[in-house]
Design a protein around this ligand. Structure first.
Ligand code: AMP
Length: 548
């Protein structure tokens, strides 16, 4: 027997409708790419997004067409998102930090018809124009006065396009399972693959992320999404902030410590989200300039593991609470968060901190399990490592155009490619990407754990651990350290720092000081590139063995 409740398709246009109806004068403030801070409201963004839907229809965009954005976080970018999704077209966020050849591959694979972009990226699109045959029009998030027609002949100024459309447009009115948006994974193995979200999956993800143990957003919050809209949908914030009626502060292209600090203070930001490297930049800026924070209360940090030094720095020096989060593009992206449960909340601050450093527990809508290579369930004992598998209504069931084939196991779980532990409280801790874990004498060593301790050394700016071949143990860990500017150190100093904090047999066989630790397109340490750079490297312990 079916229930007798109303049929109200969960489409994301309803989120912006809600923001316009009930939080219409709440601000969306942006650091524009042209320079000045510009102010808009949900009501204005809603009206302009409708105008844009009409203008896109005029350009021939039909439901199901892919319309891409290659752009920073701004109010205009939000308008384009809702305009595209509301009319049933698919908003494809492109990551400008990818190499041009990867971008071209993705644009061609998605068959993008139109690309919205910022002035910043127009030259690169112009240079590769011939390699993107499906792209019919490029729209630049600016006005005529700022658009130099010589850079990309035929490019349309966004303001002109918006002005050409009437504000009367009926959004939605289609099945909630209709595709809304597309985002390609960073593609650390093989070609990038497209994750195709639906209206329903985004709507459900929005409801879940509003929860108190998740993002805990309210109409009283002012939110600065430093995490880009092209990095797994700004972790859902462009939807959830509109759903809650938060004031939004969009940082544009300036994500350095000084620029982020300025926005936090001038706009009264209470909540923010970003990857660890952004927060390191902010903490360093505040320390160097002896600054404090007057309104910021909470930050969500994810994308890569949060080092202890960041959690302590925020808590002890600036009175800000850190929630550690883990997720993936394939998960819309929120998977787990480190909010305390009742037992942990009753513990002293130092013991609680250990749980903050774990990636956390799943909210409703995310099922997780740990398995070994023979698909056997592993115990939730906090130390057995296994493959982390996930299932839920906002988790990918397949990739765009069938790439990668069937990606689910028999029980419908997706293999995240992460290796993790689960403890008795349900707290998950990532120990590695499956391809980065070090296998030494048949046992696994977590590179992330060593990195996080090493980066807590006051002289370390960044640290990375990789496995190097060893004749007896197969692989042994090598610690690479990028020192703070002007700092001097030694292998012995770092090994002494790790001593007692990790198991003896995890101790790196060598410490190598490097000028650069490369970061990938979403701010994660690029281990593939590090391994390439370290190709000819031989462990001192392996050499000793060879000569013995
Ligand atoms: P992406 O789809 O680019 O967001 O990358 C997802 C991957 O980033 C995950 O599968 C993890 O390997 C990694 N990741 C995300 N958040 C965390 C975290 N808090 N700690 C460790 N790794 C993380």
């Amino acid at each position: 027997m079916h229930g007798l409740m109303q049929d109200w398709p969960l489409t994301v246009d309803k989120i912006l409708d809600h923001a316009k109806n009930w939080h219409g004068d709440r601000e969306i403030v942006s650091r524009s790419v042209e320079g000045p801070i510009v102010r808009s409201t949900y009501a204005e963004v809603h009206r302009r997004a409708k105008q844009l839907s009409n203008a896109l229809k005029g350009l021939g965009v039909k439901p199901g067409d892919r319309v891409a954005t290659l752009a920073w976080n701004t109010g205009r970018h939000i308008e384009a998102w809702y305009a595209i999704m509301g009319m049933g077209a698919i908003c494809h966020t492109l990551n400008p930090r990818l190499f041009a050849e990867q971008l071209c591959y993705i644009i061609n694979h998605a068959e993008d018809k139109i690309i919205f972009t910022d002035l910043t990226f127009l030259p690169i699109l112009a240079e590769h124009r011939a390699e993107m045959p499906t792209v019919q029009k490029v729209v630049v998030f600016t006005d005529e006065a700022h658009l130099d027609p010589k850079i990309y002949p035929g490019a349309i100024a966004y303001e002109t396009l918006v002005a050409s459309g009437s504000p009367d447009f009926v959004w939605g009115d289609f099945d909630e399972n209709t595709a809304s948006s597309l985002c390609y994974t960073s593609g650390t193995t093989g070609n990038p693959k497209g994750v195709l979200y639906s209206h329903r999956s985004n709507f459900l993800h929005t409801l879940v992320t509003l929860g108190v143990d998740v993002m805990c957003l309210s109409a009283r919050d002012t939110v600065l999404p430093v995490v880009p809209m092209f990095h797994a949908n700004a972790w859902g914030l462009t939807f959830s902030c509109a759903a809650a009626g938060c004031k939004l502060v969009m940082p544009g292209q300036k994500l350095d410590g000084a620029s982020v600090y300025e926005l936090l203070e001038t706009e009264g930001v209470t909540f923010s989200a970003a990857v660890p490297t952004v927060w390191l930049g902010l903490l360093n800026h505040m320390r160097e300039n002896k600054l404090s924070l007057s309104t910021l209360k909470r930050v969500v940090i994810g994308g890569s593991a949060v080092p202890e030094a960041i959690v302590r720095g925020f808590r002890d020096e600036f009175g800000v609470d850190v929630t550690h989060a883990w997720g993936m593009t394939e998960m819309s992206p929120m998977g787990t968060l480190s909010s305390p449960n009742a037992r942990i909340a009753a513990l002293d601050a130092e013991t609680q901190l250990k749980y903050k450093l774990k990636q956390g527990r799943p909210p409703i809508g995310v099922e997780i399990k740990l398995e070994d290579d023979a698909n056997q369930r592993l115990p939730h004992d906090g130390h057995t490592f296994g493959r982390l598998m996930v299932k839920g209504p906002f988790i990918a069931g397949g990739y765009f155009k069938g790439d990668g084939g069937n990606i689910l196991d028999e029980a419908g779980f997706f293999d995240t490619g992460d290796v993790a532990t689960l403890d008795g409280d349900g707290y998950m801790q990532i120990t590695d990407r499956a391809k980065d874990v070090i296998k030494s004498g048949g046992e696994w060593i977590s590179t992330i754990e060593i990195e996080n301790i090493a980066v807590g050394h006051e002289k370390a700016e960044l640290a990375a651990v990789i496995g190097a071949a060893h004749p007896k143990w197969d692989e042994r860990p090598v610690l690479l350290v990028k020192l703070m500017p002007g700092a001097q150190s030694s292998k012995e100093e770092f090994l002494a720092f790790l001593d007692g904090k990790i198991a003896k047999w995890w101790t790196p066989d060598d410490v190598v000081f490097v000028d650069d630790i490369p970061l990938g397109a979403t701010g994660k340490i690029d281990k593939k590139l590090i391994r390439e750079r370290m190709k000819g490297y031989v462990l001192p312990t392996a050499k000793a063995k060879e000569t013995a």
